[in-house]
Design a protein around this ligand. Structure first.
Ligand SMILES: [Zn+2]
Ligand SMILES: [Zn+2]
Length: 174
């Protein structure tokens, strides 16, 4: 596959002709990067989609989940890391947009591209503050080095007296 051809296309040629029928689609797909608050977010590897599509006679109802990895910047140390996600996917599609213009996403032909809905769900479920790991030590507020990688000599210099009291308290407890 070349860039630009990596579309998420679910073949519904048969399904859309049989009201009451449903089909499961499980596949690895390539998804294009997307933007959140002006920042471009890239996927790391394929996205696994696992959905069931029901033909209700009027609509094609897609329901399932998508999982994969994103490259996110840690909000503490600013390093990029792989963030695993699994998000629900639910959307209603119609081949007759004039009937339910605001209820369903319209599509034409025999293929359904659900990638916009998957991207929407991923954005909705993104963490407010992404962390490379729970115990990320972040950047030194004084010299700016990444404290996960190196230790600097700033530590302790600027600790407020109140924090020193706390520090002593915890040392006693240990
Ligand atoms: Zn971090
Ligand atoms: Zn420092």
């Amino acid at each position: 596959m070349r860039d630009g051809e990596e579309m998420l296309q679910l073949n519904v040629a048969r399904l859309k002709r049989i009201p009451g029928d449903s089909a499961r689609y499980k596949q690895d797909v390539q998804m294009p990067s997307f933007k959140v608050q002006g920042e471009s977010v890239n996927f790391s590897g394929p996205v696994v989609i696992d959905v069931v599509i029901d033909n209700t006679g009027k609509h094609l109802v897609v329901e399932g989940k998508a999982s994969g990895k994103l490259k996110l910047a840690c909000s503490r140390c600013l390093d990029f890391f792989e963030y695993s996600f699994e998000v629900p996917v639910k959307e209603v599609y119609t081949a007759a947009p004039e009937e339910d213009a605001d209820e369903a996403v319209s599509f034409t032909g025999d293929f359904l591209d659900i990638s916009p809905e998957i991207t929407k769900s991923i954005i909705m479920h993104l963490p407010m503050k992404a962390l490379c790991r729970e115990e990320c030590r972040g950047l030194c507020p004084v010299c700016g080095i990444n404290l996960n990688e190196r230790q600097c000599r700033c530590a302790g210099k600027d600790i407020a007296p109140r924090l020193n009291v706390l520090k002593k308290y915890f040392e006693q407890k240990e």
